[in-house]
Design a protein around this ligand. Structure first.
Ligand SMILES: *Cc1c(COP(=O)(O)O)cnc(C)c1O
Length: 473
């Protein structure tokens, strides 16, 4: 305590009143910034804290009203911070599910913002003045970009798979290869989704090999659909065999059964153009004869969270007629962002520049390393003598199960404690970076904190945030 504190043996009865604290300059400012009720509650909580410490004999002196007001203000400011605030994703995973996956294009942000502020013709046909369909805003674009006959959208791809299975396979069987019964993360496991969709799972083949005759032998009167699942997040290598989609479509169609292909990430452009490995495009999956193709909006496509269902017109009509569709539908904000995102695909030449996901995936190591060299000095100044910083080569990942074995050459800061120190120092630094106004999220690997700069575009913002760091002693 400083000069304000009174020396005599303190008693809780001598604490300032809530009113006294509210009347201090800091108390008045707290009312102005946060409102009277929150300010009063925060001061009461601060006083309760002081009282408890006095009773536990853990305070030698009474705090002044100003002190209490400042403590309350700090708590108010901490509580006023958004829980869902932006962070710098320097993890090296571009589509990081825990950090919200794809960043939206400016065009999508603008469209979503204007849809939030105003009434929109969501289910209203402006040419006739009658009721319209909410999916119609993106239906045409999806047909154009995928070559499918028809399209519909839902909340996410998990919902798309659930709705398709329930619409086409309720109380019937779905035939799937044992090599494709995947878990995506969280609680999305194919067998569980099937059970909840009311579909009976019929597994065929083995983990590593499934043949045409395995499928053909499993198709019966009770079969509702054949399901092919893109094994997004893992690869089986070595002695393997799967039935190509085109052949599987022929087997299914010979028995009058639809083929559903869950592509997962599902890109609309050939990633080989960006120097990445080829990932099957939605157009290819449609052309290979799948009757229904499902894929995500916020993975490689680079849009808002959405699940796409494209394919055969009659099947899409049946899917739209399922009452579950209403429970899984997309709101106007995302629909606006989605339409704007899909429009960008009409201009492939400028796509990689305008769509953040593709722009970040396309960045070269040389470009990223050049930025690292520009930033290393200010970073070193912010961290002081206690840490050594090195610019190192690293490998970024795409994330969200897209091309799991594919990495992208990138550059990173590798930060280590300068002196021989316990691992605690590095964890403390990582925590200090996460406590910044715009938290910086990296990863710890082999005794170093790695900050992969692939996803850093706002360098000025990065330095502004870094200026607030409290470097652990
Ligand atoms: C990611 C993924 C899903 C789930 O999609 P969400 O958009 O995350 O709901 C389903 N199937 C496959 C193959 C996936 O990769």
């Amino acid at each position: 305590m400083d000069a304000d504190a009174r020396p005599a043996s303190p008693s809780p009865r001598d604490l300032p009143s809530v009113d006294q604290v509210l009347k201090t300059p800091a108390g008045q400012r707290a009312i102005e910034d946060h409102g009277r009720a929150p300010a009063t509650a925060a001061i009461r909580a601060a006083l309760d804290g002081v009282r408890a410490r006095l009773l536990a004999h853990r305070l030698a002196a009474l705090p002044s009203p100003d002190h209490v007001a400042l403590a309350a203000t700090e708590a108010l400011e901490h509580g006023a911070r958004s829980r869902l605030r932006p962070v710098f994703n320097l993890t090296g995973t571009v589509l990081h599910t825990n950090l919200g996956r794809a960043l939206l294009a400016e065009e999508a942000v603008a469209a979503a913002t204007s849809a939030m502020r105003a009434a929109v013709a969501l289910e209203y046909d402006l040419s006739t003045g009658t009721r319209g369909e909410r999916d119609d805003h993106v239906r045409g674009l999806l047909i154009e970009l995928t070559g499918a006959e028809d399209a519909t959208i839902v909340n996410n791809n998990a919902a798309a798979v659930l709705l398709v299975l329930n619409s086409l396979g309720l109380d019937r069987e779905a035939v799937v290869s044992r090599g494709e019964l995947i878990e995506i993360g969280g609680a999305f496991r194919m067998p569980d989704i099937m059970a909840r969709a009311g579909v009976k799972l019929v597994e065929v083949g083995t983990t590593n090999r499934t043949h045409p005759k395995d499928y053909a032998g499993a198709l019966t009167e009770a079969t509702g659909l054949v399901l092919k699942v893109h094994t997004s997040n893992y690869r089986i290598e070595g002695f393997t065999s799967e039935v190509p989609a085109r052949e599987l479509a022929a087997i299914a169609h010979a028995r009058g059964v639809p083929l559903v292909n869950d592509l997962g990430s599902g890109t609309l452009v050939d990633l080989a153009r960006l120097g990445l490995a080829h990932e099957p495009t939605v157009r290819e999956a449609v052309a290979e004869g799948a009757d229904i193709v499902t894929f995500s909006g916020d993975k490689l496509l680079g849009g808002p969270q959405t699940g796409f269902i494209v394919g055969n017109k009659d099947l899409i009509a049946a899917i739209n007629a399922n009452p579950m569709k209403r429970a899984l539908r997309v709101d106007k904000i995302r629909l606006a962002a989605l339409e704007a995102t899909l429009r960008l695909y009409r201009d492939p030449e400028r796509l990689a520049a305008r769509l953040p996901t593709l722009r970040l995936l396309a960045r070269t190591r040389a470009d990223i390393a050049a930025r690292a060299h520009e930033l290393v000095e200010p970073l070193a100044a912010a961290l002081g003598e206690a840490f050594d910083i090195e610019i190192v080569d690293c490998a970024s990942q795409i994330g969200s199960g897209a091309l799991p074995l594919e990495t992208l050459p990138s550059a990173a800061f590798a930060i280590r404690p300068a002196a021989e120190a316990s691992g605690g120092r590095l964890n403390a630094l990582a925590a200090a970076l996460r406590a910044l106004p715009v938290p910086i999220v990296g990863r710890i690997n082999e005794g170093a904190l790695i900050l992969d700069l692939r996803c850093l575009e706002d360098e000025a913002g990065f330095l502004d945030s870094l200026a607030h760091i409290r470097v652990p002693a």
